[in-house]
Design a protein around this ligand. Sequence first.
Ligand code: ATP
Length: 501
Amino acid sequence: MCYIWNMQVKRMRETLYSALLLQDISFFDSETVGDLTSRLGSDCQQVSRVIGNDLNLILRNVLQGAGALIYLIVLSWPLGLCTLLICTTLAGVMLIYGLYQKKAAKLTQEFTASANEVAQETFSLMRTVRVYGTEKQEFARYNQWLGRLADISLRQSAAYGFWNLSFNTLYHSTQIIAVLVGGMSILTGNITAEQLTKFILYSEWLIYSTWWVGDNLSSLMQSVGASEKVFQLMDLMPSNQFISKGKKLQKLMGRIDFVNVSFHYSSRPTVPILQNVSIAVAPGEVVALVGLSGSGKSTLVNLLLRLYEPTKGQVLIDGFPLKELDIKWLRERIGYVGQEPKLFRMDISSNIKYGCTRDIKQEDIEWAAKQAYAHDFISSLPNGYETLVDDDLLSGGQKQRIAIARAILRDPDILILDEATSALDAESEHNVKGVLRALRSDIMTKRTVLVIAHRLSTIQAADRIVVMGGGRVIEMGSHRDLLQEEGLYARLARRQADAVA
Ligand SMILES: Nc1ncnc2c1ncn2[C@@H]1O[C@H](COP(=O)(O)OP(=O)(O)OP(=O)(O)O)[C@@H](O)[C@H]1O
């Protein structure tokens, strides 16, 4: 038992390692959360059972059956061959049954993963479900998968019944044949009554061994069906960025060049997301990316973070292709605040110092929180910085301020803000913008900043504004220049001004 448990933990560790530490982010785009979690849970359990239990029992019964068969043939070869024929038929039925179980196990895993996915999605989107009153629809969606699972298990029971019937029929046939053929052999004096009794006992032994092998083989096949996906995952080649040791520069200056970059997501190979994008960002420059929703701004940032590789062109940092740089070293020097910061279920201090590799003191954490205007609300929480964060505890703006504090504490050479202030009220946004301005203007810690924002008021002071449309750069310049150009930026700025008025 302990051995099987250890095996299971080992498989779970290997599976998680393979997914988390060796795969690119695109791997997670193509997998559902339910599928991945069931691989870690029930699939790994099945794999351990194969190694720890089924194989052992199969081997023991094969040896026992082979011994019994040899003894039977020695006792009486015609009777031995009849029993062998029956056992071969039984093995044939067993094989078909085993293959069916393998297929059924695979479907069971898939349906369980889909059911888990629906349950996880419903629980995480509970507010939306409540507000839209779709509890019954969600229940029906879940039930639909459970129905499929029930259907499969019904078929599995029917197959088991067929297998049991075949076994019983063939088992009793052996006894009938033994009595008939054996009785005639006694009459003709070929064997003695004692030999026939031994024969019946050993043939029972053989057929039971065959049954045990069959039973364990079918559960082995089920495990193989379930474990295929675990092994597929463990066999995946690790991503290049984790195996090749790249360059570590003495100092990151913060120059960024997107050179003729084109990109599409592998899940939608026919939809170009970026087309021949070329942008050069000087060290210490603040560049804002604006454009309509879906124009590819976040994707460009994803390429800079090397979450995806460009399909054409390249991204250079300080003149070096991203691929040549040590990815861990580079990411340690980049601060990133995303659109909807999700916090970890840890205390606030741990969330702020998350991913920081240098030695951090509590004063540093509080300093960063003060800079991000998060200190006051954190202090008012019952346990202050020790408060455990759960998703309902903090508002969107408060989470965003914690994420900004995390980026500030990192003291990055390149700061990326993807709609980082979208959830803040006007006053907090003004305050945080002040901090971000200070962060980049400090001569000692001058850093390159890439800002994505829909609220154009956020980025007016940027050194340069890049306007994107349909995956291309369509305008570039300062706020004032772009207003004069009368293009998309000017139109967007006018619309936002109208909306405020
Ligand atoms: N992981 C993904 N797989 C497939 N397509 C994706 C993925 N992420 C984004 N896309 C698609 O890429 C396009 C560009 O998305 P992106 O998030 O880069 O736009 P954006 O300009 O940042 O939009 P927004 O301002 O709304 O955040 C969209 O059409 C989006 O549907």
